[in-house]
Every structure is written in structure tokens, then in C-alpha cells.
Design a binder for this molecule. Sequence first.
Ligand SMILES: CC(C)(COP(=O)(O)OP(=O)(O)OC[C@H]1O[C@@H](n2cnc3c(N)ncnc32)[C@H](O)[C@@H]1OP(=O)(O)O)[C@@H](O)C(=O)NCCC(=O)NCCS
Length: 163
Amino acid sequence: MAALSILPIVDRDLPFVREMLYEAAFWRGTTDAPDIAGALSQPGLAVYVEDWGRPGDAGLIARVRGARAGAVWVRRFRDDHHGYGYIDERTPELSIAVATDHRGRGIGRCLVTAMLVELGLRAVEQVSLSVETDNPARALYEGLGFVSRQAAEGAVTMVRTPP
Ligand SMILES: CC(C)(COP(=O)(O)OP(=O)(O)OC[C@H]1O[C@@H](n2cnc3c(N)ncnc32)[C@H](O)[C@@H]1OP(=O)(O)O)[C@@H](O)C(=O)NCCC(=O)NCCS
């Protein structure tokens, strides 16, 4: 049996997805970060997972030997209610994190690549994301063909057209 599996997000994955959202938002791991419940109740972060299952929502979970190891997901937003990497109502925004113990083994690259294929199959024109300029994740996105679209307050919004 393969050690790695990548499958669509289902409802029982949502607590893990929330953990990964926290990891993505507080990737620096600073000691003054809020606790996960407090962080995810903030509107700026809650938008990424609240009411999961809306039209346009899509997500994948990577498991290693059955244990959840990472998540990538996209969702569309509106002009009046959106995330940090918002472009327009047609452009989904991508979020990703890999659990600490599983980083550096290609899972993040694999998840983003799989999501790009999924979005291409859905005929999505472009996908966006927001990354802080000093986050090493930026190199991952650049390596996968994302390009900078706009920058503000220490973060950059990147976009890519799916294959
Ligand atoms: C970013 C993240 C999802 C990458 O997942 P991963 O499985 O560790 O990544 P991979 O093993 O597939 O590596 C892909 C590339 O990511 C880049 N990268 C990611 N984190 C890195 C780090 N800490 N140091 C150096 N390079 C890093 C490298 O370019 C790497 O390519 P390389 O191996 O050819 O050098 C993961 O590190 C993570 O969850 N980080 C914390 C959450 C986060 O920052 N999310 C993104 C918010 S915008």
C-alpha cells in the first residue's frame, strides 16, 4: 500500500483544515501568537473556512500512512467579504500548510500541483494566494509558476493560470 494518499476534503477533515489554516497564518511560530480558537474566530481568518462546502470550494488532504499530513484548499470570495489574496469574485484564493513533522519532503509541492490540476479540470481561469514576503513558501509558489500581482504591507498577492 502506498504511504502517501491525496484525497478531497470531507467534513471530518475540517478540524485538521482549521489547524492548517492556523499554521499558515502563524507560520513564524512566534510565542506571542494567539491560541488557535482565538485566532480562527477573527473574521480575517474565519473567512477561509467558515461554512465550508459553498460552490467553488475545493480542497485536498495529504495523508502519510493514514495520518493527515497537509491540506490545500481554495475558495472564492466577494468584494465585500474576502481574504488577503483577493483579486475578484471569479478568482479562488489558495491556502496551504503541511504539518510540521511532514515538511520538506515534497508534500507541499505535490498538494499545490494537484490543486492546480483540479482547477484546470474545473476550467478555472486563475488562482491567487497571499504570502508574506519573507515566508520561504514564496519560493515554492514561484517554482510552480505563480507570479506577483500586487504587494502591500509585507505581503504579496500571487496568481497563476492552471494548466
Ligand atoms: C510552505 C509549506 C506548505 C511547504 O510544504 P513542504 O511539504 O514543506 O514543501 P516541499 O517539501 O514540497 O518543498 C517545496 C519548496 O518549498 C520551499 N520551502 C518551503 N518551506 C521552506 C523552508 N522552511 N525553507 C526553505 N524552503 C522552503 C522550497 O522552495 C522547497 O523547494 P526545494 O525543496 O526545491 O528547496 C510548509 O513549509 C508549511 O506548511 N509552512 C507553514 C505554513 C505556511 O507558511 N503556509 C503558506 C502560507 S502562504
